[in-house]
Design a protein around this ligand. Structure first.
Ligand code: ARG
Length: 498
């Protein structure tokens, strides 16, 4: 259960606060006044403010638990007042969001300092002290580890939803074009005919595995570190299970030192995101190639492809190209997180604060790519005639001719050599398979029957690949329907996750 539900801000939305230098003196919860330059360098409020919902949810769960586990220190009435105060601070930040005027160095300090002010205004003479009890039995180290885990969980949910949207767009196109001939390439050389539906469905499959990876990340993040305090745990008899229940964590961390200092789940998030955007980048590259006048296989919609500022005839796949470009920064964030942690001695080090911008930017970049490519996919139009003619070009059904001989009992390697010779001759005289007669075929091998040339049509070629995973239109339709059902199930399974 997430105690706070009325936020407008999703986990991924991004906006930074202005430079802290413009904000005047900010407080620290420790009361220390740092040198201005050092403070500006070490403060994280400019970007971690966006963890306010996660941070306040964590504090509410914590104070509720204190009121059960250590009533002498946290009387239930005080806990109720503190929760109300926290909710007020939440609404306050939620209203202004990136226009927040912070009073603390990070989101944890801001919330605590502001809570104390709010409580003192409401309970003059004792509100400040009330607020000062909130941090009993915890440290910012387990607090921030909790916040980031909550954030990663949410970000996984948002990205999976966006992945499902793209899958649905691909599925819709693939179902419509399950039998549309399309050139299939290896080495960007025309290789064998496929259907456009089959090609598009390949991306549905890649994305399906991406969801599996985000599922694993979600589970990795779904362990509660709170209760680990600074590094050694706490001397108070707290009930960590209650906090885990309130925040919807499936369990609690087993070692306090591990819990405050490892961000492996963040690396896993960046890794799953990197693989996802690598897939998106490949799709973007496909679209870009298909849309060139040289390939001419698809038409781009003016809904997402921009014109050139000088060349009136142009329609450029900008969003696809940006996806290709932005993949690099997501890989960079993964690298950053790995390097940030590899030399960190146990336990917490301030280095860990630097996980946030990498995480936030990773999620925003990947979500942006998913959304743009979803629009691109649903408006992508195939040039059917051009695709069909390219599908049959370059003797792309030569394998089918060899397979024909194999069916007549010729060993494949021999059949391969026969057809290779035949193709070499056609390349020399420039004639297509369809221009040949059965008699001419038999000059290459006596087993060629009158029906052999039929095997060289694109329609026969794709229809013959009628095995699970093959490009035969009926197989593509089946696979696409299977995916449609699967995506529906994934949506349902993730709908209840925070
Ligand atoms: N802003 C810090 C971070 O993100 C919070 C934890 C600070 N802890 C500390 N021991 N200084 O990591």
């Amino acid at each position: 259960m997430t105690p706070i539900t009325d936020a407008h801000l999703t986990a991924i939305d991004v906006a930074e606060l202005p430079d802290l230098a413009e904000l005047g003196e900010l407080g620290t919860v420790t009361g220390v006044t740092l040198d201005r330059a050092v403070f500006d360098y070490t403060a994280s409020i400019r970007f971690d403010w966006r963890l306010y919902r996660q941070d306040i949810s964590g504090s509410i769960a914590h104070v509720r638990m204190l009121a059960v586990a250590v009533q002498d220190i946290m009387p239930p009435d005080d806990a109720v007042a503190i929760e109300a105060g926290l909710r007020e601070v939440f609404s306050e930040i939620d209203r202004v969001r990136h226009r927040l005027v912070p009073i603390g160095e990070d989101i944890h300090s801001h919330v605590e300092l502001r809570l104390r002010q709010v409580l003192e205004a409401r309970f003059p003479g004792r509100g400040e002290d009330m607020g000062r009890r909130l941090h009993t039995a915890r440290s910012r180290n387990d607090q921030v580890a909790t916040d980031v885990r909550l954030w990663v969980r949410e970000a996984c949910v948002e990205l999976v939803r966006a992945v499902c949207d793209l899958q649905d767009a691909l599925i819709e196109r693939a179902a419509l074009h399950a039998d549309a001939p399309f050139p299939g390439y290896t080495h960007i050389q025309n290789a064998q005919p496929v259907t456009w539906g089959h090609h598009l469905h390949a991306y549905v499959e890649m994305l399906r595995r991406d969801v599996v990876r985000f599922d694993a990340v979600w589970h990795a993040a779904n362990i509660l570190p709170l209760g680990s305090a600074a590094l050694a745990g706490t001397s108070f008899p707290i009930r960590r299970d209650l906090v885990a229940d309130t925040l919807g964590f499936s369990g609690i961390s087993a070692n306090s030192m591990d819990a405050v200092s490892d961000r492996d789940f963040a690396i896993e998030f960046a890794s799953a995101s990197s693989i996802l955007i690598a897939h998106l980048s490949r799709f973007a590259e496909d679209i870009t190639l298909w849309a060139t006048s040289e390939f001419g296989l698809v038409r781009l919609s003016s809904r997402w492809a921009e014109g050139s500022s000088i060349m009136p005839q142009k329609r450029n796949p900008d969003a696809a190209e940006l996806t290709r470009g932005k993949a690099g920064r997501v890989f960079g964030h993964l690298q950053h997180l790995l390097v940030m942690q590899k030399g960190l001695p146990m336990t917490y080090g301030r280095d860990l604060q630097d996980d946030k911008e990498a995480l936030f930017d990773t999620a925003r970049t990947v979500r942006g790519a998913l959304r743009a490519l979803t629009v691109a996919t649903s408006s992508l139009e195939i040039n059917r005639d051009r695709a069909a003619s390219r599908a049959s070009a370059g003797y792309s059904t030569a394998t089918d001719l060899a397979d024909y001989l194999v069916r007549c009992g010729v060993p494949f390697r021999t059949a391969y050599e026969v057809v290779k010779r035949l193709v070499m001759d056609r390349l020399a005289d420039g004639r297509a398979f369809a221009d040949m007669t059965s008699r001419e075929l038999r000059e290459y091998h006596p087993a060629f029957g009158d029906d052999a040339l039929l095997a060289t049509t694109v329609a026969a070629s794709v229809a013959s690949r009628d095995i699970p995973g093959g490009t035969a239109p009926n197989r593509v339709s089946l696979a696409v329907e299977h995916s449609r059902k699967h995506v529906g199930e994934v949506r349902l399974a993730w709908a209840s996750r925070a």
